[in-house]
Write a protein that binds this ligand. Sequence first.
Ligand code: FAD
Length: 474
Amino acid sequence: MPSTIVWLRDDLRLDDNPALADAAALGHPLTVVYVLDEESPGVRALGGAAKWWLHHSLESLAGGLESAGARLVLRRGNAAAIIHELASETGATHLRWNRRYGGPERSIDAGVKTWAGEHDLDAASFQASLMFEPWTVRTGAGGPYKVFTPFWRACLESGEPRMPSDALRNLPPLARGDDGALPHSDDLDAWGLLPRSPDWSAGLADEWTPGEAGAHSRLQDFLDGPVEDYGTGRDRPGVEGTSRLSPHLRFGEISPFRVWHALRERFPRQAPADVGIFRSELGWREFCWQLLYENPELATRNYRPDFDRFEWQTPSDAELEAWQQGRTGYPLVDAGMRQLWQTGWMHNRVRMAAASFLVKNLLADWRLGEAWFWDTLVDADSASNPANWQWVAGSGADASPYFRIFNPVTQSKKFDAVGRYLRQYIPEIAGMDDKAIHEPWKAPEQAAGYPEPVVGLPESRERALDTYQKLKDS
Ligand code: FAD
């Protein structure tokens, strides 16, 4: 008797899920599986904050599947081996998944597809996580784009992203083994994805609702307010000016097609310029994935090979810890790093300032910062995180020019003038007046308990420029 396996990965949703929709249309008994794979070669284990998110997202997905008459099977181990096992346990004849774009993941999927062909299983994959798949966006010469603006123009010219499909409400009956038993599922709690001792996740739980319902309510909140002023609001860390959809997109709890068409519905005629700016941020996400697709070692190798000669300095333990813990003495950097630690997320403008401080003022290798963000961000993904770090460092595609060194004081005066964001995350300086709060070392009597700057801005800027100049001259 035919039966289908749907293998879910970074697409933890019932809405606009083409692999699941295809399985539903086939109508054969169904097994939906998620595999926690930390064994296959090259697969990067999730960081702590992303594990917390995954636990809750899987819980929410299991509930959604149950309401639609299905069941989520959880397995842990080598993904290919598990899919083979499950196919034999359930006598599967069909296998469905949505495509992934990272190097190790692609080779796992290609291996499973070959295996399926050899075992007479009908395997098919679908486009779900990106609106523009990397191989479909090409320069006139047939190569990948290396600069964002022409990449995004080419995407937009290639036509409107397809319409999303509706959430699935009735899935086929459960597939069973020959003995009539349902396939075994691990106990999610036993995976140990949640932090226990200590449990540092309270701030994450206050801030986020992982799962499809949480994703759709974030989208609605954004459409009801901030979207209309996104062009300026997105730069102000003290206000809710952005969508905060990043972790939901990361785990595929909402489809980018759904977000795209929700904007179309919200602005059926001429969309304001702010909407175009927001769409182009979605475009940056697509661009990062295209970069990873073309450069599978994006998290470990400089995109620009000349940067292999760059003379990074090893920061002292005290400097690195000051950065990680939000105790550099520069309020914007520190507020950002504390926001990250407490909530698993940091505002984009502050991410740029905090990253620039590490790679330029402390002259630390961008890989150190990338690894810290990987562990602490709920939205950490293997494309956007390294691509953005390399962008800030200057070693990346379409990177910020080496002489652009974000000044954390100028940035905080410009984008958080009255210190709303600074006060939220740095209680030691919350009582300072609006002017003094950006440079607490100038009024130490008002900043009890807040550290002195770990490094001076003018001299560390000079050191960075000299080091970059040396690279240019070499
Ligand atoms: P919005 O402003 O509402 O943007 C909408 C969506 O567009 C985001 O949810 C995200 O999916 C996408 N997006 C926006 N900016 C970017 C960008 N620069 N690059 C790629 N996609 C973007 N984003 C991640 O999703 N994962 C990461 O691991 C990550 N690491 C970063 C590291 C550094 C050093 C920097 C400077 C940026 C990083 N970003 C990363 C990009 C960006 O900061 C976040 O996507 C954004 O802050 C998420 O907030 P939001 O959902 O409110 O964004």
